[in-house]
Design a protein around this ligand. Structure first.
Ligand SMILES: [Zn+2]
Ligand SMILES: [Zn+2]
Length: 372
């Protein structure tokens, strides 16, 4: 039986403050719903706490001076030069410790995949894709994604990275921009409308890495139809051609229509189709090896727990029930004052038609990557 790893650690204090949109309650509620679904009792599920990444492990991606600044930030020292102490990236006492744990968790998941202890792994705390080697950015302190990918490269694995967060996966892209052994693909709301203002078609890698960075910028209001078209007609053939050993995914769910930060309109059943498609790609091209990470997602009480528990259920090849389990319905009633019964996804049909702008971009990218 294929084993599936879940990083299950409720105590990571990655808390950027009461008014900050990235409220860690979203992970706690994700765990509650995963438990309510009975997934923790499945014999193939292995759960692990998050170990801290060591300084040596962090240094694979981050500069020594930046790590030092993060540790000083834990003691209350802002450092604008490194992006520490801004509205997006406020400092807090556990800033180093909690970020090192998130990185350590993604690293542990990568290691267990390399050692064949598991076939699929999910770290919902992970996916901090904006952090740069010497700069905190977009709510991200240490780039757990890049740290895990660096480890995989050291183990001679070819890595395909697919980022479905509403924001461009800039940190991961820039860290591996000149590397031909990592294919980075990001599908996101266009930088014309949304942070971080990058991720345009023309960003295709540099030097040896030319042709190994792919960006699909979407106009506001794009839906699952746009994501699914990009995945089926572009991502899949690119991955087939690249022949990776492992697929790393960043599963930010701030593309969902209820999300307060981005302007995309992906529905919950649409999001489920997208993550199912990525899971299928892993079975088709990487022998099932997939390291799934969290990411953005700011409708913390409703969309995030449903999106990410559905993702994990799918990695466990578990059929979702029609309704949200009773034990979790209480949570929705408490936080949102909503009344059940709650269908898992509701009855919205999937959106089928991608935006004309998306179709054009995908055609141009196909032309450039396959015939260029
Ligand atoms: Zn995001
Ligand atoms: Zn599977």
């Amino acid at each position: 039986m294929d084993k599936v790893l879940l990083i299950y650690d409720e105590d990571i204090n990655y808390n950027l403050g009461q008014k900050h949109p990235m409220n860690p309650v979203r992970i706690k509620l994700t765990y509650s719903l995963i438990k309510a679904l009975g997934l923790m009792e499945k014999p193939e599920v292995i759960k692990k706490q998050a170990p801290s990444a060591t300084d040596e492990e962090l240094k694979e991606v981050h500069s020594e001076s930046y790590i030092k600044a993060v540790k000083e930030a834990a003691k209350g020292k802002n450092n604008w030069y490194f992006g520490l102490g801004t509205g997006d990236n406020p400092i807090f006492p556990e800033i180093h410790e909690s970020s090192a744990k998130i990185a350590g968790a993604s690293l542990l998941a990568a290691r267990m995949l390399v050692e064949n202890k598991v076939v699929h792994a999910f770290n919902p705390w992970g996916g901090l894709h904006h952090a740069l080697s010497s700069r905190a950015s977009g709510f991200c302190i240490y780039n757990d994604v890049a740290i895990a990918i660096s480890y995989l490269l050291k183990k001679n694995r070819r890595v395909a990275y697919v980022d479905i967060d509403a924001h461009h996966g800039d940190g991961v892209q820039w860290i591996f921009y000149k590397n031909s052994r990592v294919l980075t693909i990001s599908i996101h709301e266009s930088g014309y409308y949304l942070f971080p203002g990058t991720g345009f078609e023309k960003e295709k890698g540099d030097e040896e890495g030319t042709g190994y960075s792919v960006n699909v910028p979407l106009d506001p209001e794009a839906t699952e139809a746009d994501y699914l078209l990009a995945i089926k007609s572009l991502v899949k053939p690119l991955i087939e051609a690249f022949k990776p050993d492992i697929l790393v995914t960043q599963n930010g769910c701030d593309s969902l229509e209820r999300d307060p930060l981005a302007h995309l309109k992906v529905s919950l059943p649409g999001y489920f189709e997208i993550v199912k498609e990525l899971h299928k790609i892993a079975h088709e091209f990487t022998n099932g090896r997939i390291l799934a990470l969290g990411g953005g997602g700011y409708d913390v009480y409703y969309s995030v727990p449903i999106a990410w528990s559905s993702l994990f259920a799918n990695l466990c090849h578990f059929e979702l029930p029609q309704l949200i389990p009773d034990s979790y319905s209480k949570v929705l009633k408490k936080y949102l004052n909503m009344n059940g019964p709650f269908p898992f996804f509701g009855n919205q049909p999937l959106k089928k038609e991608a935006l004309p702008s998306t179709k054009k971009i995908i055609e141009r990218l196909k032309e450039s990557f396959f015939n260029g």
